[in-house]
Ligand binder design. Sequence first.
Ligand code: ADP
Ligand code: MG
Length: 703
Amino acid sequence: MNEPGIRIQYLRGVGPRKAALLERLGIRSIRDALQYLPFRYEDRGVLRKIRDLRAGELQSVEGRVVSAELIERGRRGSLFRGVRGGGLSILEVSVSDATGAVKAKWFNQPYLKKRFPRGARVVLSGTPRTSRYGSSLEMENPDYEHLSGDGSPLVHAARVVPVYRVTEGLSARQLRSIVFQALEGHLRDVADPLPEDVRLRQGLPPLAESLRNIHFPPPGTGIGELNAWRTPWQRRMAFEELFLFEAGLAVMRRELTRERGLAFRSDGGLRERLLRSLPFALTPAQRRVSGEISADMESPHPMHRLLQGDVGSGKTVVALLALLRAVECGYQAALMAPTEILAEQHYLTLKRLAGGLPVRIVLLTGGTAERPLTAIASGEADLVVGTHAVLEEKVVFGKLGLVVIDEQHRFGVRQRAVMRLKGERPDVLIMTATPIPRTLSLTLYGDLDYSVIDELPPGRTPVATELCPEAGKARLFEAIGEEVRRGGQAYVVYPVIEESEKTDLRSAEVGYEGLLGKFPAMRVALIHGRLPAAEKEEVMGRFKAGEIDILVTTTVIEVGVDVPNASLMVIVHAERFGLAQLHQLRGRVGRGRRASRCILLHYGALSEAARRRLEAMRRSTDGFALAQEDLAIRGPGEFLGTRQSGVPELRVADLLRDGPLVEPARREAFALVARDPELDASPLLREALQRFWRGKMELFKTG
Ligand code: ADP
Ligand code: MG
């Protein structure tokens, strides 16, 4: 597609003003216009008799112009209050067929009058309503089309019509005309970036045919099929986008696997000592995943692996084994967490687990007063646990060999890249407890190898989850009292720290006071993100030691916090939390042998989405099932937050709807890149790829 790469101004009817508006929609070239696909369709193909028109429904009629009258008023014309700008006008056109007449009105477009000479045959598409005077129907700003009788194609009416997202100053009709122009003049120049063998194997139509039919579907195409994005042409465009996406990942992956990195070979002294000191044996899944990581670390290429495991599946010890392997080989290793509290937790956990080993562990967060920079630079610190403070320029490692990033969904691809610069291509292991459906992980993490811990350590009983409306609060207090008397501990999570005028949310501070009053004999404490790091650490330490019965908190404890004796989780305003967050929070209990409960306290009338989230929580404790449900409730865009993640936005494909296309697109793309790494045989694809990934990733170093 070479010629269509020319600027949109060169299209007939597009001047600098329109070009500027189009640019806001991302349309700079004629190709962009061709690829600007409708987001829905209107069926204007069925023509109604005027007599049969019904108010409030989108309908089309065909008739002849009986009269066209322009009513103009000055600025102060009271009739036109509310219509903006000077020179206010209404154009009233009356159209009739054999059964009756209907009036059409256009505001402030006096120039339209000459398009409606008496006797002209027109089609109007619009939603009529009963006029203010009398019972006749009128349409405001209907779309229209003249029937010339010379067979020239219909664009705006009397057919299935594409509807595009527009911007202020550019009407749907204008945009439709522009796309039509672009198709008429330039479709034949469109070259298909999808290699033909791939296209044929997948049974997909060519690009030009697809574009034409997506914009202006041929007669007989079902409106339902179009709006559900089910036609072969639409599927093809979704496939093409996923193919470009996966091909980009394939190229990146290939680059990564070609790099030389560190080969960690060692006798495993530290690891063996760790395993001997653990109070449990690794689960088969932990052993398998550790093996996969070991193989990566031993190979001379840098590791880029994603480790997924549901909340509580035991990722920490797997990570520690990897960290120790690096240390055994004389390297430093870093463990990064998304929040200070989690970094502190990890720090304490590692110190506890590896306490007896000759390994020096340091903590580095934005909040630590004394920063162990010298020890990190000299290589004295073996393990560095920290937040993204670790990425700061000041932090120089003596000999960094491995980076483990926990909860990667909060870090972006870019940060992964920065981390790589910190060492001589250290190995990278990314851990996430936010399970995402396979189709998503193939796109979001598609440049990584993938390991999953798919079983929980033995002896866990699934957390029993119940919903509790505000009216049932008494029962909730009973549950807290009961659990603590039995020797358990409880979390009570609030969405905000303090009450404010802006929201009517219950807060942790007020909740804390309430619980103190309610349970004078129990040990109640409050923790939240605004406390100084030392104080947070102190409170968490006491909770962990069993010296606190009820911990009132905000989402600072969302991830990672590990207190096996905690057996009750109360989430206040559960309706306000996302599904992934609820699952994470619930994951703080049920970590030991105690049977655990989670109570979701909700206020007010539930929205549909909130009801679905809470129901899903009640039904399932399986993170993968919940992730799938979350995807269904929220839609992939929001679910992914792609804007942050450093991969191109999907504009055509919808991972929920087009999920089944991901695997074949990936298979084809990876096979192609394996055969022809530089894509020398597919210059069009190469060019399309560079365009698609522009600003995200430099795909090909040269050319
Ligand atoms: P997560 O995957 O959520 O990070 P953790 O690593 O925090 O999970 O582990 C959760 C709890 O399970 C911890 O208390 C940990 O000590 C324990 N644990 C980990 N592996 C095993 C195992 N194989 N057998 C029993 N308990 C385990
Ligand atoms: Mg964890």
